[in-house]
Ligand binder design. Sequence first.
Ligand code: DGY
Length: 331
Amino acid sequence: MSEEPVVYLTREIPQDGLDLLEEHCEVHVWPDPVEPPHDHLVDRLAELEADALYCNVADTVDEAVLDASPNLRAIGTISVGYDHIDLEAARERGITVGHTPGVLAETTADLGWALLMAGARRIVEAHGDVRDGEWETWGPTVLLGRDVHEATLGIVGLGRIGTEFARRAAGFDMDVLYSHTGVNEAAEADLAEYGIDAEYCELEELLDRAGFVSLHVPLFEDTYHMIGEAELRRMDEEAVLVNTARGEVIDADALVEALEGDWIRHAALDVTDPEPIDPDHPLMDYAPEKLTVTPHIGSASTETRSEMAVMTAENVLAGLRGETPPYSAFE
Ligand code: DGY
């Protein structure tokens, strides 16, 4: 019988993180690219009498999972978001929970900008036309998009990722508004160094004024469906809405109506509700002209995922030693 603590990983991870865990633990990895079914996860943790769980945003970590193994005392999620984990139940059981804040902010902001540009300049639609042999000639009115430069950008949630997203607006001479998190003097000062005079306002005002709106709030009760029918109706009909936060922040039914009714020009989403979104979902009828979707790849660069894997391993190892993880999800 091994004396090393047993860690169960719900997915393969970048090698650096795995190496670190293997130095100290007996490691078991679910081998499939798709997460283990919930029942299997519970059974496997019980069978292994696992000491730690290394999970991600696609796993539902509820009471059944938390109670599966009598030894479970550390959880690490390879994500900054932890809305998939019943945090209060973990806290009550004395199980540590670590996550990966900060490290993925720039990479996620990069992807957000790719989506914004794709929506503004019709990149996916244009690529499809070329691929399908529909590029006949240059045309003065063909595939006209929206200027990004000198437009007004609205950031909903000026946290770590929102600030990185805003910082990138400097190159486009944009006016930057932000809302939701309250006045963030530190972020404003940070942005001022890049020549950005970020202005705090209420969400309604931001939606009224911004040509580009990008969502960067975590999923909590007060952010669930925070962009619904009323908010979408307020937006400019030429507006592009970008979501790299959580799908549930937008009311998907209302978004279908908004795209159908041309209340906004385009939605560019890296996250959807549900995930994965079915190709037959009503939203998908609007792709690519009014909708761009990527499969939750905000933090998916080789460098960042490697750093996230190591951070998560460090969080797990600290919890196993009875210490507070360096990046604890508990406030
Ligand atoms: C996170 O870290 O929460 C992302 O959504 C997954 O990359």
